[in-house]
Design a protein around this ligand. Structure first.
Ligand code: SF4
Ligand code: SF4
Length: 386
């Protein structure tokens, strides 16, 4: 962060904190009153977890057509009906990877139909930055006239209230340029980017978030856990004394006063309780921050930052960041189906079959990841055909 900012930042965000409830913030110029934590749905939203989250004051739901093996929106729609939730009580965001604005009305209608609702509160152009695509997006894409026209028409149609973008990319030049360009567009209301404790000390990214915040955009942090494999031996030294590295990661992201909301998956009830507890008390003490940084260092070579340096070095053009993301879902999140789904979306010429074990990717990785091992694992284990 302003690497040094560890304060809660709730006051700066104008948060309304009710005792034992999740704080509510105003999501930038959208004026939407949202819970500081959004429920991510890359895994199918369990009824009890959703009910628990709602009981704690969570009202912000984040989904996408391809989440939970293409079932997330339909399952969510069912849960809304089962729990008898009123449409106005929820802020619902969905997204699509289509870069063709003329396709958006149809895609939004399809999402709404699956969700059983009439409109989306937020529609995102999803995953800007090339993760999952071999030809990367341009960081000036949000400023294209056809994008502006498409967004304005979508809003006029009443199918969406607000428009935003997401980016998983860890290529810092791309991300910073994207955020700063999009902040100039008055039709872009919300942004959601990967932001986590491994970005500690990254002043340029912190400044980009501040620019978006100052421009009036809602700023949402995702991937706050950074997908590190938390092997018991590595985590052990940091546990105890009430310190929990999962919670600390959420609290770190939320402690930036320019971050309105943290989006998090809740894989089970225990995780939901921990995440919600963390967002209620985002302030990290200096000693907790120290421990989080030691944990970051200890797990550094296990966590891909999606920076794409390896992909640029690969003579075979293998889609390495996306393959590493698929492996992360399998190894770190215990979700082999999601891993296979991500893998299946990679076009055949960019899959790992053509790896010739040259090692150029590992030489280029600034974080020392054992990329070849992961590539071999993906080739052997993530194809549906195996
Ligand atoms: S080892 Fe394989 S994945 Fe890595 S750079 Fe060489 S060909 Fe590409
Ligand atoms: S493996 Fe290394 S170089 Fe490749 S995207 Fe991940 S962090 Fe970057």
């Amino acid at each position: 962060m302003a690497g040094g900012i560890v304060g809660a930042g709730l006051e700066a965000l104008g948060a309304e904190a009710k005792r034992d409830k999740i704080p509510i913030v105003t999501l930038g110029r959208t004026g939407l009153k949202v819970s500081r934590i959004a429920l991510g749905t890359t895994q199918a939203p369990d009824r009890n977890i959703l009910a628990y989250c709602i009981s704690q004051g969570l009202n912000f739901i984040d989904t996408a057509p391809n989440y939970a093996h293409f079932q997330a929106e339909a399952i969510l729609g069912r849960r809304f009906r089962e729990l008898n939730l009123k449409r106005e009580s929820l802020v619902i965001a969905s997204k699509n990877k289509s870069r063709d604005p003329s396709s958006w009305p149809r895609l939004v209608r399809e999402s709404c139909k699956r969700l059983g609702i009439e409109y989306l509160d937020i529609f995102y152009a999803h995953s800007l930055g090339g993760i999952g695509k071999h030809v990367p997006d341009s960081p000036t894409w949000p400023l294209r006239p056809e994008v502006e026209r498409g967004v304005r028409e979508l809003k006029r149609s009443g199918l969406i209230r607000f428009f935003g973008y997401t980016s998983h990319a860890g290529d810092k030049d791309f991300v910073n340029a994207l955020i700063r360009n999009a902040a100039k567009a008055d039709y872009i209301d919300v942004m959601m980017v990967r932001y986590n404790f491994r970005d500690y000390g990254d002043e340029r990214l912190a400044e980009s978030l501040a620019i978006a915040h100052k421009a009036g955009q809602g700023v949402i942090a995702m991937k706050t856990q950074s997908g590190a494999k938390a092997t018991p031996e590595k985590v052990k030294p940091f546990l105890g004394d009430g310190f929990n590295h999962w919670q600390a990661a959420i609290r770190w992201a939320a402690s930036n006063p320019n971050v309105h909301v943290v989006c998090a998956n809740m894989r089970n009830l225990e995780m939901a309780k921990q995440n919600i507890e963390a967002i209620k008390r985002p302030r990290l003490s200096a000693s907790e921050l120290d421990r989080l940084m030691i944990y970051a260092q200890a797990t550094s070579a296990e966590a891909c930052r999606m920076c794409a340096s390896c992909a640029k070095a690969c003579p075979e053009g293998i889609a390495l960041p996306e393959i590493l993301r698929a492996v992360m879902y399998c190894e770190d999140y215990g979700d082999p189906d999601m891993a296979r789904q991500i893998y299946a979306e990679i076009e055949p010429p960019f899959r790992p079959d053509r790896c010739r074990n040259c090692g150029a990717c590992e030489a280029a990785c600034p974080n020392g990841l054992a990329i070849r091992e992961k590539v071999a694992f993906a080739a052997n284990s993530l194809s549906w055909e195996t």
